[in-house]
Design a protein around this ligand. Structure first.
Ligand code: GTP
Ligand code: MG
Length: 415
């Protein structure tokens, strides 16, 4: 894990009509032939991703899309993919050409506007035609940031990168530079966190998974110490400590054992709950978790996981949570599972969505999923919260987060 994971990178979506030079622009900025370019409209079909260190902005990933005016046979499929990129973009770069502004450009501005994504417009092919002042002012009014470039002008690459960086810094969402805390704010400086990580079949070979690594780093950034232990060694490790830890965090699958082994006076929670706060809306997810109590056999639940991995025996999303849900309800219930980028369009049929922690998604992607569910009127909770309800320890693991605990208790009362 030598390079920053995608979920921590600023996502820059490149949009525009076919042939306007989106892929050429990506290649120029990244200095690589990452994307195929050609004079034929409709060259880019699948979304092309290219990562780059854009200091001082930091690690970014560019997403090159298919042209919005693609009217070919496969155009509809491509457009759907392109539209999904709006949900993943922290910033939109809208490429256009001098004196050429149509409903497609307006559409990009509108889609970005709906999601509160800042837009930077780049007027490309300036070697062929220079935009006039009126045109630039018109764009500036709509997009905020605008610059003129030629994607074939390699000599001026550094200049374009500088302008792009400045505009990104001016318009970049605050939560990219000041992300919400993961664990650091729950620990006093010089404090101690104990992380309980199961090393089982699902653990990747030779390393720890992203939420665990991020928690360790965040605690260290906060001048705290971290002890990492497997669930079986946890009780013994705790006994060896002179003072109790300030916080214990476990993988949701062992939440019952953790709460049993942790003294009442010690705060404890799960990685998944930390991620609900870090990537999404913990208070909303806590409120939604109470819905589990009123689920019945006629209801339909969606279990959504962000990565598409090969499910193994006893998979958390496909096997364990469904099993615990059925045991809790005392009967059968309809459960759909979605994975990867295939978040279903029609969410209305579900009574509840149980999402994974979303460690591989950006905060914007996660919030956009929460927003889609909200529009459909469906509550969203996450794996850690759901498992803690099913195992009867939800109040304990929410206690480090008073607002979320209160939301859960109020929702429970109204059931
Ligand atoms: N003269 C000139 N040509 C350019 C410039 N940028 C791109 N082109 C050319 O325009 C054509 C289309 O470029 P692409 O980068 O493939 O355009 P695109 O927007 O990615 O197109 P699609 O993937 O089909 O949507 C190619 O022939 C490029 O060489 C530019 O700044 N000046
Ligand atoms: Mg292209």
């Amino acid at each position: 894990m030598n390079s920053p994971p995608k979920s921590l990178r600023l996502h820059i979506g490149i949009f525009g009509r076919t042939n306007v030079g989106k892929s050429s622009f990506l290649n120029l900025i990244t200095g690589q032939d990452a994307a195929i370019t050609s004079p034929m409209p409709g060259t880019t079909t699948d979304v092309v991703e290219k990562t780059m260190e854009l200091l001082p902005v930091g690690p970014v990933v560019f997403l090159d899309t298919a042209g919005l005016d693609d009217s070919s046979l496969l155009g509809a499929v491509r457009l759907k993919k392109t539209h999904k990129v709006f949900d993943r973009s922290d910033i939109v770069v809208l490429l256009t050409e001098a004196q050429n502004w149509s409903s497609y450009e307006e559409q990009v501005i509108a889609e970005a506007g709906k999601r509160l994504i800042p837009v930077i417009a780049a007027v490309n092919k300036s070697d062929l035609r220079i935009p006039d002042r009126e045109f630039l002012n018109m764009i500036k009014e709509k997009a905020g940031g605008v610059f003129v470039c030629s994607s074939l002008d390699i000599a001026d690459r550094d200049k374009y990168i500088e302008v792009l960086k400045r505009l990104i810094l001016e318009r970049c969402p605050d939560d990219f530079f000041n992300p919400p805390a993961l664990i650091g704010d729950l620990l006093p400086p010089g404090g101690l966190a104990v992380l309980i990580v199961p090393i089982d079949l699902q653990a990747p070979k030779g390393r720890l998974i992203l939420p665990q690594v991020q928690a360790i780093r965040d605690a260290l950034d906060n001048d705290s110490a971290v002890m990492v232990v497997k669930e079986r060694e946890y009780a013994a490790a705790l006994r060896r400590l002179k003072d109790p830890p300030d916080l214990v965090v476990c993988d949701s699958q062992v939440v019952l054992k953790m709460t049993a082994d942790t003294p009442e006076s010690v705060k404890c929670t799960t990685f998944s709950i930390l991620f609900a706060r870090y990537k999404g809306d913990l208070v909303g997810a806590a409120r939604a978790a109470a819905v589990i109590q009123k689920l019945g056999p006629a209801d339909k639940v969606l279990i959504a996981e962000a990565c598409s991995h090969h499910a193994i025996e006893d998979d958390i999303g496909r096997v364990k949570i469904p099993r615990w849900l059925r045991q809790y309800i005392g009967g059968d219930i309809q459960i759909d599972v979605s994975s990867g980028k295939d978040y279903p369009e029609n969410l209305k049929e579900y009574k509840l969505i149980i999402h994974c922690g979303g460690c591989m998604l950006t905060r914007r992607e996660m919030l956009s999923r929460v927003e889609k569910a909200r529009e459909a009127g469906v509550p969203v909770t996450n794996y850690g919260l759901a498992i803690s309800v099913l195992q009867g320890v939800i109040k304990r693991v929410l206690s480090p987060f008073p607002a979320a605990l209160e939301a859960y208790l109020n929702a429970e009362k109204s059931i």
